[in-house]
Design a binder for this molecule. Structure first.
Ligand SMILES: [Zn+2]
Length: 119
């Protein structure tokens, strides 16, 4: 259960960058095809648009799953990341705080970005 949350979490953290590099690679291939086989470029363009749309939906779904899993654990008083006991916090938007792994959670189940850390 905790392992699944951690897997989802690291997946969501690296997902956007992976999709970006995948599409940049496709673009480079498309540029190459432009001189060799113009139809390949058109095909890759539309394929890229479809992949971008699907990747966006898959990313959203993955985030929804991560937050749902986090909420289920947090309402049971458990930290979804380390399994430690979470404490209720009333700091701004933060509703739960884990003293063990130092993560803050919003009521949505999203992790709150730490101060000094990029959001
Ligand atoms: Zn924790």
């Amino acid at each position: 259960m905790m392992g699944l949350y951690r897997t989802l979490r690291s997946f969501n953290q690296g997902y956007m960058l992976t999709v970006m590099w995948l599409l940049i690679t496709a673009m480079v291939i498309a540029i190459f095809f432009m001189f060799v086989h113009p139809f390949g470029t058109i095909l890759l363009f539309w394929l890229g648009l479809i992949v971008l749309g699907l990747a966006y939906l898959a990313g959203k779904l993955s985030i929804v799953m991560q937050r749902r899993m986090a909420r289920r654990n947090l309402t049971a008083g458990r930290c979804p990341a380390c399994g430690g006991t979470v404490a209720h916090a009333a700091r701004g938007d933060v509703q739960w705080a884990c003293p063990k792994c130092d993560l803050d959670f919003l009521p949505t189940g999203a992790e709150s970005p730490r101060e000094g850390e990029p959001a």
